[in-house]
Design a binder for this molecule. Structure first.
Ligand SMILES: *Cc1c(COP(=O)(O)O)cnc(C)c1O
Length: 366
């Protein structure tokens, strides 16, 4: 058996003619920074998210960082983040000189627990930054109600949730803005780095457009100390091709997730919990088991790829050592780091492979 965790090359093979044509068209266009491909992708992605604005940037971390800057997050400010997320969510806050204030997840959904947010709010809190982890939307209505009550903004980390729906509406405009990553392994992935912010707030969009381009609106006139963080036109052209297939690819992920949910039920693993008000896009299919490391080793020995998202929570990383968080500071995040295992899932994965993974997992739990 040789079942990879994710076959990234498969997307290219499936769309090779279209992608090659998009790349050739862009190379011949003479636009290598900005230009028609970036503008067209921004329009198409905004429209897909039902947002009025999309601003392409260099990567997902920059999308988070520039959105926070545009919300005027500064040193001394606090931003509420999930205790269990990819470290980029926290780093974007730190890059503004602000302090990430971690809040523990709901144990069943892995997403930030709205019931714990209010206790973390202080007069310095400027933004709540929920993450739609593993492709499943956080409970936005509760989060937005808290934010409104306290007069603070909401930035969503949508890096794992392209196309996911919360109460019927696609992620893209629930909060003040959504930051996206097009890292190759994401549901909508480029063939290199890429990112974007979507919003319905024209003023916020304008500030991000200026920040991504050296703080400049008019060439050689610099309003603010900005950044160089632009979406590459080649990546934009490739993303336009892939965006047209996103719903179909998400549907294939969903079928695989259903096969796992049924095939692995009652086998001793904790399976993903999906509240009936979300439609996740299954960026990852994450199970939990107390003997996670042994299970992963057994799967590796059987030829089944798997990964851990994520083995060390941000507060236990050396990068945040200065903050002085002890082991046990965020027990749920630590518990998940010790027990989670991501099984293979992707738009190109054949159903026969899913069945084999299910058999391999069952054989090793028996
Ligand atoms: C991938 C990811 C990011 C960062 O995206 P990059 O494009 O790699 O910078 C941020 N947040 C989450 C939750 C992610 O999964």
């Amino acid at each position: 058996m040789n079942i990879p965790f994710l076959d990234l090359g498969a997307a290219y093979l499936e769309l090779q003619t279209e992608i090659d044509a998009a790349v050739a068209r862009t190379l011949a266009s003479g636009y290598y920074i900005g230009g028609p491909e970036v503008e067209a992708f921004e329009e198409e992605f905004a429209s897909y998210c039902c947002a009025t604005q999309a601003i392409g940037v260099a990567n997902g971390l920059d999308a988070l960082h520039l959105a926070l800057r545009a919300m005027d997050v500064r040193p001394g400010d606090e931003v509420i983040v999930p205790s269990n997320t990819y470290i980029a969510t926290w780093l974007a806050v730190s890059q503004c000189g602000a302090t990430p204030v971690p809040v523990e997840p709901d144990a069943r959904t892995f997403n930030i627990d709205p019931a714990l947010i209010e206790a973390a709010i202080t007069p310095r809190t400027k933004v709540i930054l929920p993450v739609h982890l593993y492709g499943q939307p956080a409970d936005m209505d509760l989060i937005l109600a808290i934010a409104r009550k306290h007069g603070i903004r909401v930035l969503e980390d949508g890096a794992q949730a392209h196309g996911a729906r919360y109460k019927g509406q696609r992620i893209g405009t629930h909060g003040d803005a959504v930051a996206w990553s097009f890292y190759p392994g994401k549901n909508l992935g480029a063939m290199g780095d890429g990112g974007a912010v979507t919003t319905n707030d024209a003023q916020l969009a304008d500030r991000i457009r200026v920040l991504r381009n050296y703080g400049s609106r008019v060439k050689y006139v610099n309003e603010v100390q900005g950044y160089n963080s632009r979406l590459d036109p080649l990546q934009a052209a490739i993303l336009r091709v892939k965006l047209a297939h996103l719903d179909e690819w998400n549907a294939r992920r969903s079928i695989i997730a259903q096969l796992y949910q049924t095939g692995l039920a009652g086998g001793g693993l904790t399976l993903p919990h999906v509240p009936d008000w979300v439609e996740p896009v299954w960026h990852l299919y994450v199970v939990q088991h107390p003997q996670r490391d042994a299970l992963q080793q057994a799967l590796t020995d059987a030829g089944v790829g798997s990964l851990i998202h994520y083995p060390i929570p941000p507060h236990r990383q050396q990068a945040y050592g200065q903050a002085g968080w002890e082991e046990g500071a965020f027990p749920l995040a630590e518990h998940m780091a010790a027990q989670v295992l991501s099984l293979p899932i992707g738009p190109a994965m054949p159903a026969s492979d899913v069945e084999q993974v299910i058999e391999a997992v069952k054989a090793n739990l028996a």
